[in-house]
Design a protein around this ligand. Structure first.
Ligand code: PEP
Length: 252
């Protein structure tokens, strides 16, 4: 019922020529992967070439962030209208690096989520606890707050495209991964929160991705549990073979 989604977050890597070369090598490796929604999120300067290189294929292109205004005096920002105009389909919202280095908060996540839904972009909203939160038993409190504020005022009737990425901050780029049980428990909790905040029907259809040091050799154990509907992959998505392998191993 929930189509698996695997997204690559290239962060601030790959100039346009590198993005094009990646896609040239990657497309033949995933040509038969029709069951999984595949999304590549390049940096802003590689969006155009990535869209061109994936035209007519099943691979979607997403942005790593966006502003929530349609336009205006917001130097350096990119709006949902601009993403729509070049056929970007997905957008990451509230990645922990955006929260840590660019002052994003649950409130800005909420503004961006509303804008993404209004402009028919598929929002991938990132949530997750820090190491200290987990060690002090506060994981569920943190997730609850991120979701309560992040999803505040969203009309359940318009929320169907919503995707959540559970990314424990201590597992991002560290080589540490959540155990399948830790991930499944967090995803189950997130789904229950969505049921409370939006509706049980939306909770049942919302895809919840796991992110945090997903690699080809741990993808199968992390991607295929009851409440886990795919992955958001950073480091291991930079290499076409490794990312294609993650997709193949997750679809078993
Ligand atoms: C990410 O950036 O969203 C991420 C999960 O990174 P990594 O896979 O490198 O931990």
């Amino acid at each position: 019922m929930r189509k698996p989604l695997i997204a690559a977050n290239w962060k601030m890597y790959k100039i346009p020529a590198e993005a094009t070369a990646f896609i040239g090598a990657f497309l033949p490796l995933v040509a038969s992967q029709e069951k999984t929604e595949i999304v590549l999120c390049p940096s802003m300067t590689s969006l155009a070439v990535s869209l061109e290189a994936t035209k007519g294929t099943q691979v979607h292109i997403g942005a790593q962030t966006m502003d929530w205004h349609d336009n205006g005096a917001f130097t350096g920002e990119t709006s949902p209208v601009m993403l729509n105009a070049i056929d970007v389909t997905h957008v990451l919202i509230g990645h922990s690096e955006r929260r840590q280095y660019f002052n994003e908060t649950d409130e800005t996540v909420n503004h961006k989520l509303k804008a993404a839904l209004a402009h028919k972009l598929v929002p991938i909203v990132c949530v997750g606890e820090h190491k200290a939160d987990r060690e002090s038993g506060r994981t569920n409190d943190v997730l609850k707050k991120q979701l309560t504020v992040g999803l505040q005022g969203i009309d359940p009737a318009a929320a169907a495209p919503l995707v959540i990425a559970y990314e424990p901050v201590w597992a991002i780029g560290t080589g540490l991964t959540a155990t399948p049980q830790i991930a499944e428990d967090a995803h189950k909790f997130i789904r229950a929160q969505i049921a409370e905040i939006l509706s049980p029907a939306i909770a049942a259809s919302t895809r919840i991705l796991y992110g945090g040091s997903v690699k080809p050799d741990n993808a199968a154990s992390l991607c295929c549990l009851e409440n886990i509907d795919g992955a958001l992959v950073g480091g291991a998505s930079l290499d076409p073979t490794s990312f294609a392998q993650i997709i193949a191993n997750s679809s078993i």
